[in-house]
Design a binder for this molecule. Structure first.
Ligand code: ASP
Length: 321
């Protein structure tokens, strides 16, 4: 993936973040600073009261134009645990249905004093477009735009990997499996893994679900899951993004599981201490077997907990200036 056009907009001249729009092109120092901050915030993220005043008086608005369970809840908890006022704005019941543009919605809420917008959008680049229309002091966080980026998911995945495998990513072999073509999570993960120095990034899926080769430069790309498992430290599973897919890209869900599902037999071919990640929501029996999802090598619930800490770290960086 080439350097993103959004980089300049998300960084201030002193290297601090103004918005978090993409992990593509985010400097390693900024990425590691956010991971370190999230790691330190973990106890408070899980319900402590010590930080309740850090964002007191600041307002955060969750603006979700697409469904979400864990991302939206994690941002909500992150903001409230830092003492911010949170408005969770349900776009489906708002004036958007009366024809209001997203920019007008943003400006209306800015006029009520919102400092930070957490935005999920259906279209690639839509959050960056809103950031371009925002006031200079307003911060935007991309909570997933189309198939483009999901930066806080990428950060929480890196935090989870770092906790399990240490911070030397150059020694890590990561295998990303499944619907990479439609996945914003995969794009953020690949960008972050590259930035952190991971040298062995393997990408596996049917040809119909992989992006252009240009996007996967430097990765080892293959279609035979069993052939790619040797020496793998981390298996990063992806959901089939059927809401973003044209018909016919996979023959059947049953066949997909046979070819690309992770069960205990496949997992046994990776390194014995390999870990399994999945961003959720999981489709059990489609990309992952119950025995793996709930097994001892699964870090799926650790990812969820880390998601709150990561979002706290991002909000503090953007708002506590
Ligand atoms: N929750 C993640 C996302 O919003 C992954 C997924 O939906 O499959 O991209």
């Amino acid at each position: 993936m080439t350097a993103s056009a959004f980089d300049d907009r998300q960084l201030r001249s002193d290297g601090s973040l103004r918005h978090l729009l993409s992990l593509e092109g985010l400097p390693r120092a900024a990425l590691e600073r956010l991971l370190d901050a999230a790691q330190a915030l973990r106890p408070a993220a899980l319900g402590g009261t010590a930080l309740r005043r850090r964002l007191a008086g600041r307002s955060v608005c969750n603006l979700f134009f697409e469904a979400s369970t864990r991302t939206r809840s994690a941002f909500h908890f992150a903001a409230t645990r830092l003492g911010a006022d949170v408005l969770s704005f349900d776009v489906s019941t708002s004036s958007a249905g009366k024809g209001e543009t997203p920019v007008d919605t943003l400006r209306t809420l800015e006029a009520m004093g919102v400092d930070c917008f957490v935005v999920r959008a259906r279209e690639d680049g839509a959050v960056a477009a809103l950031a371009a229309a925002a006031k200079p002091q307003t911060a935007l966080i991309n909570a997933g735009d189309g198939r483009h980026q999901h930066p806080t998911q990428g950060l929480l995945d890196m935090l989870t990997l770092r906790q399990a495998k240490g911070d030397d990513f150059s020694r890590l072999t990561a295998l990303i499996i499944g619907d990479v073509r439609h996945s914003r999570v995969a794009r953020s993960d690949i960008a972050a893994l590259r930035t952190l120095g991971c040298r062995d990034i393997r990408i596996c899926g049917p040809a119909s679900l992989l992006p252009d080769a240009l996007e996967l430069q430097g990765c080892t790309v293959g279609h035979d899951f069993d052939a790619m498992l040797d020496g793998v430290d981390a298996l990063m599973m992806l959901r089939l993004q059927r809401e973003r897919m044209v018909e016919g890209l996979v023959p059947s869900l049953e066949q997909y599981f046979v070819d690309y599902g992770l069960d205990e037999h496949r997992l046994a071919r990776a390194r014995p201490d390999a870990v399994v990640l999945h961003p959720g929501p999981m489709n059990r029996g489609v990309e992952i077997a119950d025995t793996v999802a709930d097994g001892s090598q699964s870090l799926i619930l650790a990812q969820v907990s880390n998601g709150v800490a990561v979002r706290m770290a991002v909000m503090l960086e953007l708002l506590e200036r």
